[in-house]
Design a protein around this ligand. Structure first.
Ligand code: URA
Length: 237
């Protein structure tokens, strides 16, 4: 998200806009270590902004993979339960948001970031980023499920039909589910059409990014720059 530097300075320093031009002209403001005199200069949430020796903004982008355990809420705050953010020991933990929630009892790959543009790109169905899940259910699976998932299901509450979902049956009671969107409780509701309860639901991958099997439930790690860019790269979908 971009913003004008003069607006940022005016808000941050509680100065009127007309006071900003002379401030910039004096050469006291630096963006990413470069003196900026132009009031039209655009900045992002990750621009490093200084006035003399004072740091006005310092946010490095941050991307985290967490192996979400059961019984933890995909939220940043919750009055009753532990949240996924409570599991992180990170200096930016309070600024993070979740890129694609998992239900309270679902487990597996969860991404957290402070980069809104990146998380929006991940969630847009048109970007075709495939999310893979392992599920176990309490009634046997048949070809009828595969056909119904591929065809799409109408969700009357939202007035939408789900995009085609790939279902790979692994044995009578377990399957892999691959989808490009993330409607509310989508997988549980799709199996629910067959009156079949999802017993466990574990996300194993998002696009090219596979859950790191060195991470125990509750553990997390920072993504590498290559992982961050390859995840939203259309060539990898
Ligand atoms: N679909 C669900 O029903 N639950 C999840 O946690 C993820 C996808």
């Amino acid at each position: 998200m971009q913003a004008r530097l003069d607006r940022f300075l005016s808000k941050h320093l509680a100065l009127q806009r007309k006071a900003i031009k002379p401030l910039l002209a004096s050469g006291r403001v630096r963006v990413d270590a470069v003196v900026v005199r132009d009031a039209d200069q655009m900045i992002t949430q990750f621009s490093h902004i200084e006035l003399d020796d004072r740091i006005l903004q310092q946010h490095a982008p941050c991307y985290i993979m967490l192996n979400k355990p059961q019984g933890v809420v995909s939220a940043t705050k919750d009055p009753r339960h532990k949240t996924v953010v409570d599991l992180l020991e990170h200096e930016y933990a309070d600024d993070l948001h979740i890129a694609g929630r998992l239900d309270f009892n679902s487990t597996g790959l969860l991404l957290l970031t402070n980069d809104g543009r990146w998380s929006r790109n991940l969630s847009l169905p048109d970007n075709n980023i495939r999310k893979r899940y392992r599920v176990t259910v309490d009634k046997p699976l048949t070809q009828t499920y595969i056909d119904a998932f591929a065809e799409g299901m109408h969700f009357a509450y939202e007035g939408i039909t789900t995009r085609p979902v790939e279902l790979i049956i692994l044995d009578d009671f377990s399957a892999e589910v691959i989808l490009c969107e993330g409607r509310y409780h989508q997988i549980k509701r799709m199996f629910g059409r067959f009156d079949n309860t999802v017993l466990t639901l574990h996300r194993t991958a998002i696009g090219s990014l596979v859950l790191d099997n060195t991470l125990s439930p509750g553990e997390s790690r920072t993504l590498s720059p290559e992982e961050v860019t390859s995840l939203t790269d259309p060539a990898n979908q």
